[in-house]
Design a protein around this ligand. Sequence first.
Ligand SMILES: Nc1ncnc2c1ncn2[C@@H]1O[C@H](COP(=O)(O)OP(=O)(O)O)[C@@H](O)[C@H]1O
Ligand SMILES: CC(C)(COP(=O)(O)O)[C@@H](O)C(=O)NCCC(=O)O
Ligand SMILES: [K+]
Length: 262
Amino acid sequence: MTFLAIDIGNTRLKWALYERGAPGAALLAQGVEFLEHIDRLAESDWASLAAPDRVLGCVVAGDAIKQRVREQLDIWDSPVSWVVPSPAEAGVINGYDFPTRLGADRWVAMIGARHRVQRTTPGRPMVLVMVGTAVTVDAIDGDGKFLGGLILPGHGIMLRALESGTAGLHVPTGEVRTFPTNTSDALTSGGTYAIAGACERMIQHVRAHCGVEPRCLMTGGAGWKMAPHMSAAFELVDSIIFDGLLVIAEEREAIRQRLAAS
Ligand SMILES: Nc1ncnc2c1ncn2[C@@H]1O[C@H](COP(=O)(O)OP(=O)(O)O)[C@@H](O)[C@H]1O
Ligand SMILES: CC(C)(COP(=O)(O)O)[C@@H](O)C(=O)NCCC(=O)O
Ligand SMILES: [K+]
């Protein structure tokens, strides 16, 4: 039962093919495509893959992009589903005012992260940071309840906003410095520490609310840029969204089999 997991963000599509749809399954192939190039997946990366038995995706890039990916998936007859955030799934309770309005990537990542935390430090609250096009900083308590989260601009959006709103900030990328002494370093450091500061605040909020030190996990395409500059110890786990899709796939298959047997 091979399983294709797909994560479509606002910048890139990430995919991973597993031997089966369950946590710990062997990874058979994976790839990344910028959204500009997704229309060639069927004739490039996916052309050499055998049809997966199941496909599960999460998408936050909008309906037009989703439709273009559906067309690429048409090379196979595989059943395709997309995750829609619900009030509760796979051990996570959705605290959003309107649960379906939560980003599907955040929901799936929280499920993946919760399972990782439960395996090793059960009952620990956590702070989950995703550094992609945007940055999200989400809090989950010890019972698996999503308390709420922050959304802020990612590095690229922050820089473009500053460039377009000013006359004097068109400069090359700089370095992260404690005391930046040129415009490039000031911009790069400002963005990095804005994100780091938001994470620190959320850690304080969770600590105060739960009375326990949270576990801190980080993922996303730009996570490696942020990780060295965090003051708390963050575990960088690239696969959190795929881990969440594997957990959801396994749960849904178990439910399907129970229904079929009854
Ligand atoms: N080698 C790289 N290729 C693409 N993006 C990168 C790379 N290194 C860092 N990034 C950063 O990662 C972000 C994309 O991360 P990703 O998690 O794929 O975002 P999204 O899920 O929003 O599509 C880009 O906005 C960019 O800032
Ligand atoms: C916050 C996001 C834009 C992050 O997207 P990304 O950076 O992964 O492309 C996405 O999760 C989203 O569109 N969320 C819907 C709104 C919400 O979560 O409240
Ligand atoms: K994402």
